[in-house]
Structures are given as C-alpha cells and as structure tokens.
Design a protein around this ligand. Structure first.
Ligand SMILES: [Zn+2]
Length: 150
C-alpha cells in the first residue's frame, strides 16, 4: 500500500482506487546521472509538503497523489513552466507562507470574511483599491480614537 505525503490528504492506494500516486522526483535522470533541474524539483516538492517529520525513508516510500495537480498528474521534468511541475492543489494550507489548515477551516474563514467585509465584495475586481480604502479606513478609525477625550 502507498500513501499520500500531503498534510491532511490521507489518500491511500487501498482506499482510493481512482487516484494515482506519484513518487517525489529522484535527483537522477534515467541514465543515473545527477541532474540539477531534478534536484531543484525534488527540493521544491519536499518544501511544498511543509512537513518537519519527513525522513528520506518516508519521502522515498510515500507518494503524492493526483489530487495535488491541476491536471491530475505531474508535468514532465523538462516542462519547467508547466504549473504541474510542482504539486500545488489541496496542499493542506492556504499559501506558501501560511501554516497548514484544512479545506474546511479555509471555507469557514472565507464565509466569515464575506459577511464581515461587504466593501471588499463589491469591489473585488480591484483589490488594490480595496486595500487602500481599508488602509484609510483604519487610519480614520485610529485618528478618531486618538481625538476622543473621555
Ligand atoms: Zn494526496
């Protein structure tokens, strides 16, 4: 049985017959030669997993499942500009700089954000403008607090 290395994914070859599993790329090409591009790809795949408990052994015995690629499978190693050169989908966390959160938490948070922030919704086409308006709004709020004399 193989299992998916992605945080909170939990796909296994036993349970999920329709899912394909892919090895973390080797640093050697088919001829057994060290390859810089493959080395870089392997390092990026591992860092995208954001797991501190990974050992060489776990990396080599684990797999990354098709849920983490846009097309359901990794791109060829030479196809560097392809977004599927790396696993990017359903990685168990929001973005590269944030800690792992589940899809459910993410969904709940997005729901709350929508309710709290009708201004953002109406102007979602121009996020820069929204962020400026927010800045001024916060500035305005802070100022009015400062001017308050209780
Ligand atoms: Zn997976």
């Amino acid at each position: 049985m193989v299992f998916c290395l992605v945080v909170k994914c939990g796909s296994t070859s036993l349970r999920d017959k329709s899912i394909h599993f892919y090895r973390v790329p080797s640093i050697y090409n088919r001829k057994g030669k060290l390859n810089d591009t493959l080395q870089r790809r392997r390092n990026q795949w591992i860092s995208l997993l954001k797991r501190e408990d990974l050992t060489e052994n776990k990396i080599n015995s684990g797999r990354i499942c098709s849920k983490h690629f846009i097309t359901g499978q990794p791109a060829k190693w030479s196809d560097i500009d392809n977004p599927d050169w790396l696993p990017t989908q359903n990685m168990g966390y929001n973005s590269i700089n944030q800690p792992a959160v589940s899809a459910q938490e993410r969904f709940e948070r997005a729901k709350r954000r929508k309710i709290k922030d009708p201004l953002k919704k109406s102007l979602s086409a121009n996020t820069a403008m929204v962020s400026n308006i927010r800045k001024y709004f916060v500035f305005y709020l802070l100022n009015s607090f400062n001017n308050c004399t209780f």
